[in-house]
Design a protein around this ligand. Structure first.
Ligand code: HAM
Length: 442
């Protein structure tokens, strides 16, 4: 008796991206790289794994990510490694290691999977994808503004700007935060009975994290806590106000949210989040801020820095709500031929000539043989605009029959040596409808 083999399923919170979804991902990725090229940012790629110590030293020991969300393991050399939970730490590590920060200003971006062992739900996954943007070597507020402008430009191009709100705050400098920390400890100590276990634990280690709590029972006690903006000195306030001034100047609307502290420890001065009401609990689409001490903290020379990361899954959810039109590349030609070696060889030759002459033309040659009826079914399913047919008669007469599959144009037969001209006309007409990055679109 044979035993039925149980299929192995994917890890919870880690999703396959199927062919039906891939067009919207590729569309999004194309738009992102176009916007970043326009702002003259350069892509950087770093490994999915880094030493655990790197993340601990940058993100902060008393944060959700480090305390409970990292995928950490000991490798065969006995070294503790972690899957990257975010990109900023690795980006800074790479910049220091390759002396990028000695070469003046750096404007960088990266895109790819990040890993956090969170409880999966809509908009929250264990493997998710981020676009990260990081600018190094510029202390002035104009670069904070540039980060926000990149977000705004992308949201406008993806037709979702009206679904996003910008929240902004300033965390000042460490001395100002230290003063604020004492005030917070004092305040929350007076309301200890209202705190949950997580917050009690953080009361003396990292009280700012309490402000970031998602526990609805803490809303009231957090709402009455002292405000960090009140502790800021003149310089920090000036940086904050200047940014707000420029935001007004470029007409980016925002809300100053004095409770916004972010879940990572490296921030100074500006912090921001782009939130939406259409995602339920996981409502932050893009978030970031300034982290002027991190490069030095990781062993580099003092280098001011600012950046943000945008969750691609969440971005796509918002685009679905907005019904952003997405261009899908589609097949132009499905080539059908008599199921003989001779016909196939000639069809193969013609297909290759088409591919070489028009490098972005999508053309598929039938594989797996079959009767004409079966091949026509495949042609129809493929979504191709037309079928090329090479039967016995066409083979003998050196012709080709063209059947339009999506409109009422009559079938026509052309000489094989006129194929390139014929295809040129169809190809140019389609390309005129909109071509981007080598794809022909509907
Ligand atoms: P973050 O706030 O931890 O910041 O993450 C940024 C964005 O990544 C979130 O707003 C969200 O869209 C997405 N994201 C985070 N966790 C998940 C998850 N489990 N599932 C789906 N999406 C998620 C950072 O990562 C910083 N490195 C941002 C930064 C760059 N700051 C300065 N430079």
């Amino acid at each position: 008796m044979s035993v039925k083999i149980q299929p192995i399923r994917a890890i919870r919170g880690m999703n396959d991206l199927l062919p039906a979804q891939i067009h919207e991902w590729q569309y999004c990725e194309t738009m992102i790289s176009e916007v970043l090229a326009q702002f003259a940012y350069t892509e950087i790629r770093f490994p999915l794994l880094d030493k655990t110590e790197l993340f601990k030293r940058s993100i902060g020991e008393v944060t959700d990510i480090i305390e409970k969300e990292m995928y950490t393991f000991t490798d065969r050399n006995g070294e503790s490694l972690s899957l990257r939970p975010e990109g900023t730490a690795s980006c800074v590590r790479a910049g220091i290691e390759h002396s990028l920060f000695y070469q003046g200003q750096q404007r960088l971006w990266y895109m790819g999977p990040m890993f956090r062992h969170e409880r999966p739900q809509k908009g929250r996954y264990r493997q998710f994808h981020q676009l990260g943007v990081e600018a190094f070597g510029i202390p002035s507020v104009d670069i904070d503004l540039e980060c926000l402008l990149i977000n705004q430009t992308l949201f406008e191009r993806l037709k979702i700007r009206n679904l996003l709100n910008l929240e902004i705050n300033s965390l000042g400098i460490p001395e100002e935060r230290a003063r604020y920390r004492e005030k917070l400890i004092h305040y929350f100590s007076q309301h200890k009975e209202k705190l949950d276990a997580d917050s009690l634990r953080r009361l003396h280690t990292n009280p700012l994290r309490i402000l970031d709590s998602k526990n609805p029972e803490l809303v009231a006690v957090i709402a009455n806590a002292p405000i960090l903006l009140d502790e800021l000195g003149a310089e920090s306030l000036a940086h904050h106000r200047e940014l707000l001034h420029y935001l007004d100047a470029v007409k980016i609307s925002y809300t100053v949210n004095p409770r916004l502290v972010r879940g990572l420890d490296y921030y100074r001065h500006t912090v921001f989040e782009w939130t939406t009401t259409c995602l339920g609990a996981q409502n932050t689409v893009s978030a970031g801020g300034r982290y002027d001490s991190l490069v030095e903290q990781l062993g580099g020379q003092p280098t001011p820095a600012v950046g943000f990361a945008l969750g691609i899954e969440r971005l796509l959810e918002v685009m679905q709500t907005a019904q952003t039109p997405i261009f899908k590349p589609s097949l132009l030609v499905y080539f059908i031929c008599e199921d003989t070696q001779e016909a196939y060889t000639q069809a193969l030759h013609l297909t290759q000539v088409c591919r070489q002459t028009y490098p972005t033309l999508p053309i598929q040659l039938n594989c797996g043989g079959g009767k004409f009826k079966a091949q026509f079914k495949r042609a129809d399913k493929s979504g191709a605009m037309c079928a090329f047919i090479l039967g016995t008669e066409e083979l003998a007469a050196k012709t080709l029959t063209i059947k339009f599959l999506r409109d009422a144009r009559p079938q026509q037969t052309i000489e094989q040596n006129k194929l390139i001209n014929f295809l040129g006309a169809v190809y140019n007409a389609r390309a005129g409808l909109g071509e981007s990055n080598g794809h022909l679109h509907n």
